[in-house]
Design a protein around this ligand. Sequence first.
Ligand SMILES: [Zn+2]
Length: 219
Amino acid sequence: MTERDPAREFVRVREILRGAAVELPPVHGVAKMLAIFLRMENDSEVSRRGIEVRFLARESFYYFPELGPPAFQRLLARASICPQGQAVSFRLETADVDALMGHHGGGPRWVWIVPGDDVVFMWVREAKSAGPAPSEPSPLPEPPPSPRKRFAHLPQPLACPHCERAASVYRAAVDGWICCSPRCGRSFTPPQRVRRAAELRYDDGEVVREQTPRSKIYR
Ligand SMILES: [Zn+2]
């Protein structure tokens, strides 16, 4: 196996998008890479740093750079597109998406590819209506807000069993309490009498209301 070289793979992607017939070494995982590009809506960037895919507005994932060139080659061949360095957009039908991914589960997709000198953008969206891709993709959905952190407030300080620092506030997680000392951060199971005496509050100070008699939160 040759050494991983994101900059070389980026050059190959750009050549492919200019219409060059690039000879590529065989590589495993191209269908998986295409499934990542096509199964869910995403914004992708290919650059000298590698392949970055965002599925929600703020979450990025990185993939092996050598999968970029063969994935773009197969995608363009399947869409019967011979680009010459310009931005392209096209529609892939379900049969094309499934063939590229190597399994069922995709529906029709709109794809936009915008090649630049330093980065190639590719955006994939579900084709929500018949016809070609609109001029621009819709923005990706925002990720759901992360759950609020909960803290156990104690009437008497309790020594952390790990670092022995006495504290009257611990982070209350589902499976235990977490020491808030930046040098510790370890979790433990608090004694039951201490747990009962504790009051649970969110990080903004609001008291946690128990949803059920047996809350999942450890207290
Ligand atoms: Zn500690």
